[in-house]
Design a protein around this ligand. Structure first.
Ligand code: ATP
Ligand code: FE2
Length: 401
């Protein structure tokens, strides 16, 4: 079975063609906000602008490997959850490809796809999944209702914002570019002190918004204090000192980004050169590191606590990590330690399958198609609030016989 899948719930437009064994080809086109976080309409405009060439490129690569378009059995798309304007672009594109190829459609739940790709690409069989990304944070596990059908039950989840978005929001307030998660991890590495931050787990659910606000407030107060101190000192001398530091920081920040961006960003910085104090540079570096470290310790401990309790409750003995925040080495370490202490096995897929990717949609589409879960064009509407526990899982072999 060969499936074409399109993902585009948020910032990543990504399409792939997969078979049972592996990814055959994939093409990704990432939306990067010029400033601030993800703007839903801008992200959708990005997807609309690039979906055509993304699919064309995908077909080209597929044919170069000796396949023909008619080898594709089904077209899968991310039905939700996600940003409405983005979902609609992807849904429309999937309908067009499905009509063009005269093949059925499958609408895939994005959260379920994060889990299924993890099961595909690791040895995990029946795990508790900790799914932590930008918009989503959930602890899930499969539970069978009757032989051969069940659902990924949500054991715990964020009751405000996702862990990734909370990191991004905090990072933005510290003057760091989007996405903030990787930068917070980098700064955390230089910490020397833990600062108390709000740890909020209620029942099996967690909250990240207050943590983000509290962390941002510590930096804001420090910045105000430093500004006051600056006023009382020789201003020229101070600025020169800061000037040197700034150059170094900016280089670090840009490491992971492409050269064009560096040029643009540097261009902007030169313009502002005189003012030179973008927010971050007024913040004490050590304090930033300590806050980033403490943020990670607090947020990840919350996620790990709920994961551990789901393990204890279900009696399962595997943990699977999914979602973009799963790239973080500290959350992996904490989960690993928790699993070791409980005698559970810990699984992490390769990084390219952790963040949003077309292959996870295509592969879940493959499972669903084989179970007969196809949609007509009429039924193929998108659903921005689509919950994973609404999906009737029909593609697993029965556990209860
Ligand atoms: P979803 O639609 O599932 O919510 P998403 O669109 O937010 O996903 P993902 O790729 O799953 O996309 O996750 C992106 C998030 O992961 C961002 O918030 C980013 O800051 C965070 N992230 C990426 N790398 C790291 C890291 N090393 N440490 C912490 N967070 C990270
Ligand atoms: Fe995702």
């Amino acid at each position: 079975t060969i499936v074409l899948g399109i993902e585009g719930t948020a910032w990543n437009l990504s399409a792939a063609i997969v078979c049972e064994e592996d990814v055959i080809v994939d093409v990704t086109h990432t939306y990067k906000p010029v400033s601030g976080g993800i703007h839903p309409r801008e992200a959708a405009q990005h997807h609309a602008a690039y979906i055509g060439e993304t699919i064309e490129e995908l077909f080209k690569l597929f044919e170069e490997k000796g396949y023909s378009k008619s080898d594709i059995d089904v077209v899968a798309f991310s039905k939700g959850p996600g940003l409405g304007p983005c979902l609609r672009i992807v849904g429309t594109a999937a309908r067009m490809v499905s009509i063009m190829l005269n093949k059925p459609l499958v609408g895939v739940n994005h959260c379920v796809a994060h889990i299924e790709v993890g099961l595909w690409k690791t040895e995990a069989t029946d795990p508790i999944t900790l799914y932590v990304s930008g918009a989503n944070s959930q602890v899930l596990a499969y539970e069978e209702n009757e032989p051969g059908t069940g659902a990924y039950r949500v054991f715990g989840e964020t009751l405000d914002i996702g862990l990734g978005n909370s990191l991004d929001k905090f990072a933005r307030s510290a003057g760091l570019p989007h996405p903030g998660g990787p930068l917070v991890e980098k700064y955390a590495a230089n910490a020397d002190e833990y600062i108390d931050l709000p740890y909020t787990v209620k029942g099996m659910d967690f909250f990240f918004s207050g943590l983000s606000t509290a962390a941002a407030r510590i930096l804001k107060e420090n910045k105000a204090k430093r500004n006051d101190e600056n006023k009382n000192q020789n201003e020229n001398g101070k600025q020169n000192e800061n000037g040197k530091q700034n150059e170094n920081e900016n280089q670090n920040e840009n490491e992971n980004q492409n050269e064009n961006e560096n040029q643009n960003e540097n261009g902007k910085q030169n313009e502002n050169g005189k003012q030179n104090e973008n927010d971050k540079n007024e913040i004490d570096e050590k304090l930033l590191s300590n806050v980033c470290y403490s943020y990670q310790e607090t947020a990840f401990a919350m996620a790990v606590e709920v994961t551990e309790r789901a393990l204890a409750h279900t009696g399962k003995n595997e943990v699977l990590l999914a979602g973009g925040v799963g790239a973080n080495s500290r959350i992996r370490e904490m989960l690993e330690q928790m699993c070791a202490a409980r005698g559970a096995k810990f699984y992490v897929p390769e990084k390219k399958f952790m963040g949003d990717n077309g292959a996870m949609i295509a592969y879940t589409g493959l499972l669903m198609f084989k179970a007969g879960d196809t949609l007509t064009v009429k039924e193929s509407f998108v659903d921005a609030g689509f919950r994973p526990d609404e999906v009737s899982v029909t593609w697993k072999p029965p556990k209860i016989v």
